[in-house]
Design a protein. Structure first.
Length: 174
């Protein structure tokens, strides 16, 4: 019952927004897939990778030579690289969302101009469909980008804390 009540408004929204809206929702879906992947990595895999690196480092008999410093650098670099994985893709998808919205604006305005060329300026009802197709994708692209920026900010803050934590956990013997 609930699905039927939700389906109709979503269907109408997608129809009013035009074909570009499907591309925007696909892009937002990918964006959130990558965001959730990062969240799952932090919740599950990173802890294990951090524990493995710490046990490898603490299992070393000596930790003060040049070779030990290089091994530590390698462990830190590997953990940092894993923390940053997919962040560039997330930033790219965030940047693309408003551009897809702009594409929807342009295609919607072209539709408005086609209606105006055919019917003239005296038919606001005929132009309404094109105006919907011009404004709804813009809004959807901006909302997708804003939610993505919020998620990216949270992820970046978490990554920054984890980088500091990595340095603290892999200490040198003095």
């Amino acid at each position: 019952m609930f699905f039927g009540e939700l389906y109709e408004p979503v269907y109408l929204f997608m129809e009013r927004g035009g074909d570009v809206l499907y591309a925007i929702f696909g892009l937002i879906f990918l964006l959130w897939l990558f965001v959730l992947e990062r969240g799952a990595y932090f919740a599950f895999s990173h802890r294990r990778a951090m524990a493995d690196a710490v046990s490898e480092w603490e299992g070393r008999a000596e930790r003060s030579s040049w070779v030990a410093h290089q091994i530590r650098q390698d462990l830190v670099a590997g953990l940092r690289s894993n923390l940053q994985a997919n962040m560039t893709t997330i930033k790219m998808l965030i940047g693309m969302a408003p551009l897809f919205g702009l594409l929807g604006t342009v295609t919607g305005m072209i539709e408005v101009f086609d209606v105006m060329a055919f019917f003239g300026n005296g038919s606001p009802k005929a132009m309404a469909s094109g105006i919907s197709k011009a404004t709804i994708p813009t809004m959807a692209g901006m909302v997708g980008a804003l939610t993505g920026v919020f998620a990216q900010s949270l992820l970046e803050r978490h990554i920054k804390r984890e980088k500091i934590r990595i340095e603290d956990r892999l200490t040198f013997d003095h």
